[in-house]
Design a protein around this ligand. Structure first.
Ligand code: DOR
Length: 407
């Protein structure tokens, strides 16, 4: 007897879809099999059951940027999209660069998050000589999105510091690879100001100095360069779905920028070489987007958009689940997530793949007021189970803020 049984789903197990039940005791999967009995039964009605997404690149803002997004709104949006774990990036205001701010961020997430979470630590000019010690104390397992700059007083750091830190620590270092020397200042579409050479140069320089985790690669040639070493990399939904052909205003600014149709297609064809799909959820207000602030609020659309692509045969479901759940859980050492199997957390999403809908801005859970994916087809989860609890059901959030835990 199990506490809960999800009955009769088409369950994704080890690359195959198997018609079976999932037995859950407490927070974990206790059995996967046929005719299981439970105190509570959820009838999956032959719908598709996938492991929840592990999104290792979100910017949940908050602190002094509550007008863009808060932990509460960002994590509700994640839940709506079938994402059960998020890793928050540290380019907040103030940045998460010392033990005090890190702990404050953790408290905020503990109080507010609907999904499970981890917070990355920032590498800055102020903290780089201390970073090893801070990492040992707070143990986040990764240094957050590092932005490069040659000379600056602020958040961005020069290559030399990045490479020195790479030699001194074992933790994953996630890098936003765009070389500042190749970026032009100015107003307008940033696909004109931030050329492919900026990304290629940064990926090449970094790859020559050690193993990194490259955030949001946007070019087939970056994938090849990063693969030539031992680095790992992620790609975003926008670089897989959008190109400069869609970009009809500076609302489409995102860093790294959208590229040509040809590049977009080459990223899709090279998906087997890319380790992770992550949202780079980067919310801004409508007014800010009109001024050209870079970034898209993707956390709630990532799984729905990509599952729709998989059902249309753009890539296989296996390729998707590996990159959206399994690989990020493995790379970032997130124990118990990423797979539907005995002993793992019962954190999963149930999708009716016949229920294809259109993305609508007015239905967004994120505070951001604009998405480049308006009108795109998507398959949203019908139900999301979070560590053994039905957390989301047909548009209704059934758990309280703060039910997410640090993992
Ligand atoms: O477009 C982006 N926006 N790219 C990034 O890497 C950062 C993000 C943000 O924080 O707004």
């Amino acid at each position: 007897m199990h506490d809960m049984v999800i009955r009769g789903g088409h369950v994704y197990i080890g690359g195959e879809i198997i018609e079976c039940d999932i037995g859950i005791n407490g927070e974990r999967i206790s059995e996967v099999g046929k005719n299981l009995k439970g105190d509570e039964v959820i009838d999956a009605g032959r719908k598709l059951i996938l492991p929840g997404a592990v999104d290792c690149h979100v910017h949940f803002r908050d602190f002094r940027e509550k007008h863009k997004e808060t932990w509460e709104t960002g994590s509700r949006a994640a839940l709506r999209g079938g994402t059960v774990v998020v890793i928050d990036q540290p380019n907040t205001d103030p940045p998460i660069h010392d033990e005090g701010i890190f702990r404050k961020r953790m408290k905020l997430a503990e109080r507010s998050s609907y999904v499970d979470f981890r917070v990355n630590l920032a590498l800055t000019k102020e903290n780089h000589s201390e970073i090893k010690k801070i990492l040992e104390k707070v143990n986040p397992n990764a240094v957050g999105e590092v932005f490069l700059q040659h000379q600056s007083e602020n958040f961005e750091i020069p290559y030399e510091i990045l490479f020195e830190v790479r030699r001194n620590i074992r933790d994953i270092i996630t890098v936003h690879a765009e070389d500042p020397e190749e970026i032009r200042d100015g107003k307008g579409g940033n696909w004109e100001l931030r050329p492919p050479e900026a990304e290629l140069k940064a990926v090449k320089k970094c790859s020559g100095q050690g193993d990194f985790y490259f955030c949001h690669v946007s070019l087939g040639s970056s994938v090849r360069l990063a693969r030539s070493g031992n680095s790992q990399m992620e790609v975003t939904p926008h670089h897989l779905l959008l190109s400069t052909e869609d970009a009809d205003s500076i609302m489409y600014n995102v860093n790294p920028p959208l590229r040509s149709e040809e590049e977009r297609r080459s990223l899709i064809s090279m998906l087997s070489e890319i380790d992770v799909i992550a949202s780079d959820h980067a919310p801004h207000t409508f007014e800010e987007k009109r001024e050209g602030f870079p970034g898209f609020p993707n956390v709630e659309f990532m799984y729905p958009l990509l599952l729709d692509m998989a059902t249309r045969g753009v890539f296989s479901l296996k390729k998707l689940v590996e990159r959206i759940s399994e690989n990020p859980a493995r790379i970032f050492d997130i124990d118990g997530y990423g797979w539907i199997k005995e002993g793992f957390y019962a954190s999963l999403a149930i999708f009716d793949i016949r229920n294809v809908s259109e993305i609508k801005t007015e239905k967004m859970y994120s505070m951001a007021e604009w998405t480049p994916f308006e009108g795109f087809s998507a398959i949203f989860p019908e139900k999301v189970i979070l560590r053994g609890k039905l957390a989301f059901d047909n548009g209704e959030v059934l758990v309280k803020r703060g039910s997410g835990i640090e993992i």
